[in-house]
Design a protein around this ligand. Structure first.
Ligand SMILES: [Zn+2]
Length: 264
């Protein structure tokens, strides 16, 4: 059962989860709509690293913060490198317009009014909230991060460092390329099969092979102890659905965002 609502706030749609408000946590996913970007980046590119004018990206981030009711904050994001480094933000951190100059694919915090963002154009974007301990995480896992099992590493980190318990955690899966569009080569299928075994998320065919990255990450969440009922997948394929950015569809493209914040 999905509780995905698309709210038109100042014509900037955000897929969000209103039931999380009772826990004092906002989480949501932006689309391409509502920003100032042009050409291949249109309209709401949130990434500084894709070649667009940084001033426009900054303005887009301000529009998002305004739309989600966090106008006094910055959208904190790291330098995503398809690795498995995690940044814990325990106090204020150096950033430039939200950009933290550290290579990492996961941000974690227990601080209020500190919105975390990971960005993607096909990669899996996953938000995790411990509603008891009030700890949140945002992670970016493309095929490399999925293969390196970043999701498991993040769950272990939350359990070890913050004593988070799986039954207090909820997870949200944003728009990403799905098995319908994610065709991969024989080598990749071999490597994934070797690591993950026989699973419905690795689909071999006569001509084409498909990977279900969201499915693999959801399996990791479930293996880490999350109840399937606590995992909300928006089920949107970024490559099929032109409301979202897709690197596979357009090589010059922007990035949509997955945002999570503890509200004070
Ligand atoms: Zn698709």
């Amino acid at each position: 059962m999905l509780e995905v609502a698309c709210e038109e706030k100042r014509k900037l749609p955000v897929i969000n989860f209103p039931f999380m408000e009772k826990y004092g946590i906002f989480c949501g996913f932006t689309s391409r709509s509502g920003g100032l970007s042009r050409n291949g980046y249109r309209h709401l590119n949130l990434a500084y690293h894709v070649g667009e004018n940084t001033g426009t990206v900054y303005k887009n981030r301000r529009l998002v913060l305004d739309a989600i009711g966090s106008a006094s904050c910055e959208l904190l994001s790291s330098r995503q490198v398809h690795g498995n480094n995690i940044i814990h933000i325990g106090s204020s951190i150096e950033n430039h317009g939200g950009d933290i100059p550290i290579e990492a694919d996961c941000l974690i915090t227990g601080r209020a009014d500190t919105p975390l963002m990971v960005m993607g154009a096909d990669c899996s974007l996953i938000l995790i909230a411990d509603i008891e301990k009030k700890i949140i995480a945002a992670l970016h896992a493309g095929w490399k991060g999925t293969f390196e099992q970043l999701t498991i590493k993040v769950l272990d980190y939350l359990k070890d460092r913050f004593k988070c318990r799986a039954h207090d955690m909820l997870a949200f899966i944003g728009p990403c390329i799905r098995k319908c569009c994610y065709t991969v080569g024989q080598d990749m299928i071999k490597n994934f099969s070797y690591r993950f075994g026989n699973t419905e998320h690795i689909i071999t065919g006569k001509q084409r092979h498909h990977l279900d990255l969201a499915g693999l990450n959801i399996s990791m969440l479930v293996n880490g102890g999350l109840s399937p009922g606590n995992i909300r997948d928006c089920n949107i394929c970024s490559c099929c659905d032109e409301r979202f950015y897709s690197y596979r569809r357009n090589k010059t493209t922007g990035r949509h965002g997955a945002i999570i914040e503890i509200r004070s």
